[in-house]
Structure formats: structure tokens, C-alpha cells
Design a protein around this ligand. Structure first.
Ligand SMILES: [Zn+2]
Length: 237
């Protein structure tokens, strides 16, 4: 970052923060609040910039470190002494390795490892990074049961497909009864039907590749292989 660029980013940052007099945190006012499933949530601050004609995103605290402090060796993380994800006060930022970041998180009880007793852990919507609220879960489960794609649900709530899959596989939000008690169609992907499975086999016979089929039916390659090998949906045409 050149000196001129630094000055530009410094004023960019100053325009977007508000000083919290109690904590001295520079609280990022804009992009850190995002619409997720109709609700506003705070997370890491994000700045957008253009580099070589390409729009790129950078976290506000990383940008702040670059502008106010100096370069970041690529394998280092910018960590917070104040533990506020949306704070970009350069005095609250320090460089650390992945290990430092982990040690720091554990020391502050921010990481859910056994140092935090299970009953004290921040679960669900209390987790500072949570995008979902408890009341969203019954709706998500209902949509999964109705056979909606995980992609569509993820998109609507601003969460990753991986998170939807974790809910479906009962790896997350298990303290919500609807998630815990949901009875999904067992064994095979709920995205397929017998009709679709038969179509996959026909299309494969007429020369469609596995990857094309996976994309067309919005399922994993493994699912396609399972269908073709008749490990799933075998009561075929
Ligand atoms: Zn701070």
C-alpha cells in the first residue's frame, strides 16, 4: 500500500466508524450490519475496493491494520485485543499466527473447546457470529422437510449451504426441538424422487457426464454415482 493509498483508506475508515467512548472501540457503522433472513446482524466489518479492475472485499480490521499500522505477512491474522469483531481501532489490533489466534480465542473463552463448560457455551443466536435466530429454525426444518434445496434456503437466510446441511444432519442447532426431532426421509437425498433418479439413469445412458448430471439435478457427484450404481432409488423403471 502506497502512502497516498494509506491516507485515502484512513479517511475512508474514519468516515465509517463511530467511537465507543466506553471501550474506545472504533465501531464500523455500515457493512457490518447485513440483512440476513429479514433481520439485521452485526459481524466483522467489510470494506469493498477495486484492485486491477476487480471488485474485492476485505475485512475492515484488516484494512485498518494495513492503513494505520503496516503490511501484513500473508500467513498472519489480524486479531482483536478488545474481542469486538466490528472494531477497527488500530490500537486494538495485533498480528498473530493462526496458533496465536486460537490461543487468544481460548484464553478469552471465545472458542467452544472444553475450557468452556458445555452449559456456559454460547449456543445458537447468542453466538456472536450467529446469523439465524432460534425462531428461524422451525421454518428451515419445515422447508427441508418439504424438499426445498439447501441452496435456496441458504440463500434466503444468508448462511452457507454447509450450515443448512449441518442442520439437516443434526450437527447444529440441536437445542431447538424442531431440529432435534425432525424426521427426514431416510437413506437417500430428499432432492431426488424416483422419477428424477430414473431420468438420471436415462440421461447417463444417452451420454450425459456425471458432473453435468450433478449440476442439472443440483446434487453431489456422490449422489449421481449412488443412483447410477443403484445403491439408492433402485426400484427402477
Ligand atoms: Zn476495539
Amino acid at each position: 500500500m502506497t502512502k497516498a493509498e494509506r491516507e485515502k483508506w484512513k479517511s475512508y475508515i474514519r468516515e465509517r466508524v463511530e467511537l465507543n467512548p466506553a471501550t474506545m472501540c472504533w465501531e464500523w457503522q455500515q457493512a457490518c450490519e447485513k440483512e440476513f433472513g429479514g433481520r439485521r446482524r452485526r459481524g466483522y466489518s467489510v470494506a469493498k475496493y477495486t484492485i486491477n479492475g476487480k471488485r474485492t472485499k476485505i475485512s475492515g480490521h484488516r484494512l485498518s491494520y494495513l492503513a494505520f499500522v503496516g503490511n501484513i505477512t500473508s500467513d498472519l491474522f489480524v486479531c482483536h485485543t478488545c474481542d469486538v469483531p466490528w472494531c477497527v481501532n488500530p490500537h486494538h489490533l495485533f498480528l498473530g499466527t493462526h496458533q496465536d489466534n486460537m490461543d487468544d480465542m481460548i484464553r478469552k473463552g471465545r472458542k467452544t473447546v472444553p475450557v468452556v463448560p458445555y452449559e456456559n457455551r454460547r449456543r445458537g443466536a447468542k453466538h456472536y457470529r450467529a446469523v439465524l435466530l432460534e425462531e428461524d429454525l422451525p421454518v428451515i426444518v419445515e422447508r427441508l422437510l418439504a424438499g426445498e434445496t439447501q441452496d435456496a434456503i441458504a440463500e434466503d437466510y444468508g448462511i452457507t449451504k454447509y450450515m443448512v446441511s449441518r442442520i439437516r444432519r443434526k450437527k447444529a442447532w440441536m437445542h431447538v426441538p424442531e431440529v432435534r426431532d425432525a424426521k427426514y426421509a431416510a437413506g437417500h437425498s430428499i432432492r431426488l424422487t424416483q422419477k428424477k433418479a430414473d431420468a438420471i439413469r436415462r440421461l447417463h445412458d444417452s451420454g450425459y457426464s456425471h458432473s453435468k448430471l450433478a449440476a442439472a439435478f443440483d446434487v453431489s457427484l456422490a449422489t449421481i454415482y449412488d443412483v447410477l450404481a443403484k445403491r439408492t432409488w433402485s426400484s427402477a423403471c
